[in-house]
Ligand binder design. Structure first.
Ligand code: GLN
Ligand code: ZN
Length: 755
């Protein structure tokens, strides 16, 4: 029985990679310095795996920005619009694709959430008529370095079907026709890797989703025959984030040496897999959850392991993490400030490596003491006093269907809102946050460290709010926000004020590029201790006669962006959060805040890849949004915001949320997603993002006006808003200011054209 992980976080225990990248981007260090950081981190992470007793170390999991982008560059799939970067130094070209190129006015590749995680990958742009010049993949050099350092490397690659399925094909391009073009590039790399690695992990999580059309499925067998010819007996076909259902026959018939299953997400797939497993196929069981921070329940995980080991013989079994450990923080040893019942249950990436070795010992009957210690920790966890709060449980059980409905239907609400709002056509607003300056961060840091008293903190934040409101009035925006200077993070801010949450000191997880998030930890029943946003919002409103938009993070987003306890179903945890937010909505309204935005940035990402699980999820997720928002009176305008563009599959759910106004991402995709809204006959108001806040590039007025005109082809003028595609907190004022000026000017221009 061999042990392995599917990937280790690249970012580093002290976020070394983040710092190295940012210094490189600012021109403060060179490519050699950046590469030295990569080599250090990789070697350190291999060392951790080896020290934990794993049989292989994984290579090709490390990326300077994103593994999908690494694959794109290996394939040479540079979209034609990046032709001006073709002769740049490799790293410059790499980061131009990732972050856009301001000098050349090139927007970055689109970012999309990686399946149901909060990690964003860079979306390949598939163009059949652009010539591709394949390049190197960093995995090869990593494998060579690992060997030179005395490790046994397992190479890891994103597979061709996943890369193609996640790509965005330009009109007229059939992505699956490109398979022929990319297979030889994969084969060439596999041929080089095969002699260097006992196994090559080729990741095809797409097999656990509905993203493969029948046409692609037909191509699978031959494609994998070609790959297996290039690397005979080496390929570990790797699936995760769900069970193999519809595509199980493809996986079993792939001819690969081994198959990896995510048994944390799809335990039910094990029996069908065993029933159809070819004689010569090894099975890799993903039993240590790569998506959470909790210790594995050894007794529970050992059962399938023992079952498979006795069915196949231990030599045909691999024991692994369910998916890459990219999605959990690096090391729990320094987390000393948590409640003891939480601290004792933590397992981050480093600890999960050790768990694999321990679990192997348990399964082989050599770990009675490990098993007993594990059971003791779990017993203590279940008994802790905050685990069950009867008042919270009773309230959640008493939710009735009419609590999930607004008091009046949408058209009636629209009239009631228009009567007091009196907004122009194409009203302009922002998504909530304004640039988080060094001064703001400094204020929050000082507050957190107890260096300033509550009065000083409040005064400093109030000054920021006042500044932000002056700026918005100067810009001429129609619906204002307070700017979120008091928030470090849209989930953490609420988690800090809710019972049932706690916070790690160093639990950082990569979100995209150098950006990391530190998800709160939900460990107990959730309740609101006091109003969370009311004083900031009412202060902001007191400074302006323009309507002020209150700003809440939605229940699904708080859930998805937290590490969630594993002893209560997610829908129940989400309902507890929704009830807390419902109280906040009521308090905001009572305090005179009559536009309230409830961000559900994570609603789409939380949706499981397979359709049965997805339907169940959407039902309770939308119910939670409704529970949070529907207490609002008809004249109160509920906004929601979602920053992504994959709406087709969830439009019925979006419609069921019944937000009066929804702002969405769409500038990067040229408004095309609005077509789906129009076809679905979406009836409420829509604010398509008219500029991409993820890039430092400032769009000009004409460009934004053009997008608004495009949007008007799909959304009638009475229901269209103008806004950026997300909050501005990551931008500097120097970027946000001109961009918003252009946005307001563009709205005025198009308004004038409409007469
Ligand atoms: N209101 C939040 C902000 O503006 C929304 C952020 C998000 O959707 N990711 O920062
Ligand atoms: Zn957003």
């Amino acid at each position: 029985m061999r042990t392995h992980i599917l990937g280790f976080p690249s970012i580093g225990k002290a976020r070394e990679l983040k710092r190295a990248l940012e210094s490189f981007w600012q021109g403060q260090s060179d490519a050699a310095a950046l590469d030295a950081v990569r080599r250090d981190l990789e070697a350190r992470h291999w060392g951790i795996q080896q020290a934990a007793g794993l049989d292989m170390v994984v290579c090709g999991d490390f990326s300077f920005y994103d593994r999908m982008l690494d694959t794109t560059l290996m394939l040479g799939a540079l979209p034609a619009r990046f032709a001006p970067c073709a002769e740049d130094a490799p790293l410059d070209r790499y980061f131009a694709l990732a972050r856009g190129h301001a000098g050349r006015n090139l927007p970055a590749l689109e970012m999309t959430k990686w399946f149901d995680t909060n990690y964003h990958y860079l979306t390949p742009e598939l163009e059949a008529d652009t010539p591709w010049t394949p390049g190197a993949h960093p995995v090869l050099e990593s494998v060579r370095r690992a060997r030179a350092l005395g490790f046994t490397p397992k190479a890891a690659l994103i597979g061709p079907f996943t890369w193609l399925a996640l790509g965005k094909a330009r009109q007229g391009t059939d992505p699956w026709a490109l398979l022929e073009r990319i297979l030889p590039v994969y084969a060439a790399l596999l041929r080089q890797l095969a002699p260097l690695c006992p196994l090559i992990q080729v990741e095809e999580p797409v097999l656990c989703t509905e993203l493969l059309p029948a046409r692609a499925a037909d191509l699978f067998k031959n494609a994998y025959a070609a790959l297996n010819t290039a690397a005979p007996d080496k390929i570990l076909l790797t699936t995760y984030f769900g069970p193999l259902t519809r595509h199980l026959p493809l996986a079993l018939g792939s001819g690969c040496a081994a198959l990896h299953l995510d048994l944390t997400r799809g335990p039910g797939q094990l029996e069908p897999v065993l029933a159809g497993l070819p004689e010569n196929m090894t099975l890799s069981l993903g039993l240590v959850d790569g998506r959470n921070i909790w210790k594995t329940d050894y007794a529970r995980a050992a059962a399938p392991l023992e079952r498979v080991a006795s069915a196949l013989g231990p030599e045909r079994v691999l024991l692994g993490s369910s998916c890459s450990l990219l999605h959990c923080p690096v090391d729990a040893t320094d987390e000393t400030a948590l409640p003891p019942q939480v601290r004792d249950r933590l397992a981050f990436a480093v600890q999960k490596c050790t768990e694999l070795s321990e679990l192997k010992a348990v399964a082989l009957g050599r770990g009675a003491d490990l098993l007993a210690a594990n059971a003791a920790v779990l017993r203590q966890w279940r008994a802790h006093p905050e685990a069950v709060l009867p008042a919270v449980r009773e309230r959640a059980a008493a939710v009735t269907p009419d609590m999930l409905r607004r008091a009046a239907p949408a058209p009636e609400r629209r009239a009631a809102q228009a009567a007091w709002l009196r907004l122009p056509l194409l009203p302009t607003t922002t998504i909530g946050s304004f640039p988080q300056t060094a001064a703001i961060r400094q204020t929050r840091r000082a507050w957190k460290r107890g260096e300033i008293n509550p009065e000083a903190y409040e005064a400093a934040i109030r000054a920021e709010i006042a500044h932000c409101i002056r700026k918005q009035e100067e810009l001429g925006l129609d619906v204002l926000v307070h700017g979120e200077a008091e928030r470090n993070d849209m989930v953490e801010y609420f988690g800090q004020q809710l019972g049932g949450f706690c916070f790690t000191q160093n639990g950082w997880v990569q979100s995209y590029g150098s950006r990391c998030v530190k998800p709160p930890v939900i460990y107990g029943d959730i309740y609101r201790k006091a109003p969370m946003t009311v004083s900031w919002s009412t202060y902001a409103q007191s400074l302006t006669s323009k309507p002020m938009k209150g700003m809440l993070t939605g229940p699904v987003t708080i859930l998805c962006w937290s590490f969630v306890r594993d002893d209560l179903p997610r829908d129940q945890v989400c309902r507890q959060i929704a009830l807390a937010l419902r109280d906040e909505v009521a308090d905001l309204e009572a305090a005179g805040i009559r536009i309230i935005q409830i961000d559900e940035a994570a609603l789409r990402e939380g949706m499981p890849g397979n359709s049965a699980d997805a339907a169940v999820y959407l039902q309770w997720a939308v119910d939670a949004f409704l529970l949070a928002s529907c207490g609002a009176a008809p004249a109160t305008q509920i906004h929601s915001h979602m920053c992504y563009s994959e709406f087709n599959a969830i439009l019925p759910a979006i419609a069921r949320m019944d937000a009066d106004v929804i702002s969405i991402e769409s500038s990067r995709s040229g408004m095309e997603l609005l077509d789906a809204f129009a076809r679905y006959d979406y009836r409420n108001q829509v604010g398509p993002g008219v500029y991409d806040i993820h890039s430092p590039r400032v769009p000009d007025t004409e460009e934004i006006a053009g997008l608004l005109r495009l949007a008007l082809r799909h959304i009638p003028k009475e229901r269209l808003w103008g806004n950026p595609d997300c909050g501005l907190k990551t931008r500097r004022w120097e970027e946000a200011w001109p961009a918003l000026q252009h946005m307001v000017a563009a709205a005025r221009q198009v308004r004038a054209e409409l007469g």
